[in-house]
Ligand binder design. Structure first.
Ligand SMILES: NC(=O)c1ccc[n+]([C@@H]2O[C@H](COP(=O)([O-])OP(=O)(O)OC[C@H]3O[C@@H](n4cnc5c(N)ncnc54)[C@H](OP(=O)(O)O)[C@@H]3O)[C@@H](O)[C@H]2O)c1
Length: 314
C-alpha cells in the first residue's frame, strides 16, 4: 500500500477540492491543511464542515463553499465566487463522486453519475483553468489538476458501451448508457481519465507549468455506495469494504502524494496525463492492461474531450 511520507510545506499554496467534506476528500483536505495550505472545499453539505475541521486543526485556513456537481448552474455560480476571491489555484482536485443504481436525469439532461463524476468537473476545470495556469506561471513548482478516478474504468463491459465500434468516425456514448446503469460509474471514470490525458496534452502544447494526473485510491471504506438502494449489492460493498478495504486516510494517500510531489521539467513531461495508484504511476500494471486499448489513443482522448465540450456548449 502506498503511503505518502513527504514533509513538504504547502505554505502560501491554494488548494481547491470538490467533496472535501467527507471520506477521502476530508482526509486529503486535513493532510493539506496540516501542511499549511489554504484549502477551499466545494461541497453540497456545507453545514459545520469548517467548525469540524477547526476542531481537528484550530488554525486551519479552510473555506467551505456550496457546490452541487450535478448542476452546471451551481458549478458556474461556484466558479464565479472563486474567481472573485482568489487569483490562483495551485492544486485543483476533482474528488467528489458517487454511484447509483437508479437512472436519473439532471436539470441539464445528463445522467446523474456522469454529470457528477465527470461532466460538471470538466466544466469546473474549464472555468478555473486560468487560475491554475497562473499559479504555475508564478511558481517554480508546477500547478496541478488531480482527477480522483478508479481502475473500475477497466471493466470490459463498458468498453463497447462507451465507444461506438460501428462508426468509422468513432463517437463516444458519454451520457446515458445503452446497456445498463452498472456501466455508468466505470464509464464516468474512463471518460475522466481520457479527458485528463487530452487536457495534459493541451497544457503541454501551451508550455504551461501545470501537470494533470489521474489516480486510483484502491477499494476504500467510505459512503461511496450510499446511492444504492439498501439490498444485497450495497451490503456486499459495505461488508467487503470492512474485510479488505482501505480506510479513507489510506485511500487518500495517492491524491496527497500527487499534491506534494516535486515535478521537475523532465518528470512533468514524463508523468503528465498518467494514472497513479499506491503513490506511483500505474500504466504498466495488470489493471491498466485491462483498459480498452483506445485509452492510449491520443485521437480517441481528443474526441472524448471534444464531445464533452460540445455537451457543455463550450
Ligand atoms: N471508495 C472507493 O472504494 C473508491 C474507489 C475508487 C475511486 N473512488 C473515488 O473517490 C472519490 C471520493 O469518494 P469516497 O470514496 O471518499 O466517497 P464519499 O465518502 O461518499 O465522498 C464522496 C464525496 O463526493 C461528494 N459529492 C457527491 N455528489 C456530489 C454533488 N452532486 N455535488 C458535490 N459533491 C458531491 C460528497 O459530498 P456530499 O456530502 O455532498 O454527498 C462527498 O464529499 C470519488 O470520486 C470516488 O468515485 C472511491
Amino acid at each position: 500500500m502506498g503511503i505518502c511520507r513527504s514533509k513538504v510545506s504547502l505554505e502560501g499554496k491554494v488548494v481547491l477540492i470538490t467533496g472535501g467534506n467527507k471520506g477521502m476528500g476530508l482526509e486529503t483536505s486535513i493532510a493539506l491543511l496540516r501542511r499549511g495550505a489554504k484549502v477551499i472545499i466545494g461541497c453540497r453539505s456545507t453545514q459545520n464542515v469548517e467548525n469540524e475541521i477547526r476542531n481537528i486543526i484550530p488554525d486551519a485556513d479552510v473555506h467551505v463553499k456550496k457546490l452541487d456537481l450535478s448542476s452546471t448552474k451551481s458549478v458556474r455560480e461556484f466558479a464565479d465566487k472563486i474567481k472573485s476571491s482568489f487569483e490562483v489555484i495551485d492544486i485543483l482536485i476533482n474528488n467528489a463522486g458517487m454511484l447509483t443504481d437508479k437512472k436519473k436525469e439532471t436539470e441539464d439532461g445528463f445522467e446523474l453519475t456522469i454529470a457528477t463524476n465527470y461532466i460538471c468537473h470538466a466544466l469546473l476545470n474549464h472555468l478555473l483553468l486560468d487560475l491554475v495556469k497562473r499559479a504555475g506561471q508564478l511558481s517554480s513548482d508546477c500547478s496541478r489538476i488531480i482527477l480522483v478516478s478508479d481502475l473500475a474504468a477497466a471493466d470490459k463491459r463498458i468498453a463497447s458501451d462507451f465507444c461506438n465500434p460501428r462508426s468509422d468516425n468513432k463517437s463516444y456514448n458519454i451520457n446515458f448508457g445503452v446497456q445498463s446503469m452498472d456501466n455508468q460509474y466505470p464509464k464516468s471514470k474512463l471518460a475522466q481519465i481520457m479527458y485528463g490525458k487530452h487536457l495534459a496534452t493541451l497544457l503541454e502544447d501551451e508550455n504551461c507549468n501545470t501537470i494533470v494526473a489521474s489516480c486510483h485510491p484502491g477499494f476504500v471504506r467510505t459512503d461511496a455506495v450510499q446511492g444504492f438502494d439498501p439490498g444485497v449489492k450495497r451490503n456486499m460493498f459495505i461488508y467487503t469494504g470492512y474485510v479488505v478495504g482501505k480506510t479513507a486516510l489510506q485511500g487518500a494517500q495517492t491524491t496527497i502524494h500527487l499534491a506534494l510531489s516535486k515535478f521537475d521539467e523532465l518528470s512533468l513531461k514524463k508523468e503528465n496525463g498518467k494514472l497513479f495508484s499506491d503513490c506511483r504511476p500505474q500504466e504498466k500494471c495488470l489493471f491498466w492492461s485491462l483498459m480498452p486499448k483506445y485509452i492510449e489513443d491520443p485521437v480517441a482522448c481528443k474526441t472524448v474531450w471534444e464531445e464533452t465540450m460540445q455537451m457543455l456548449n463550450i
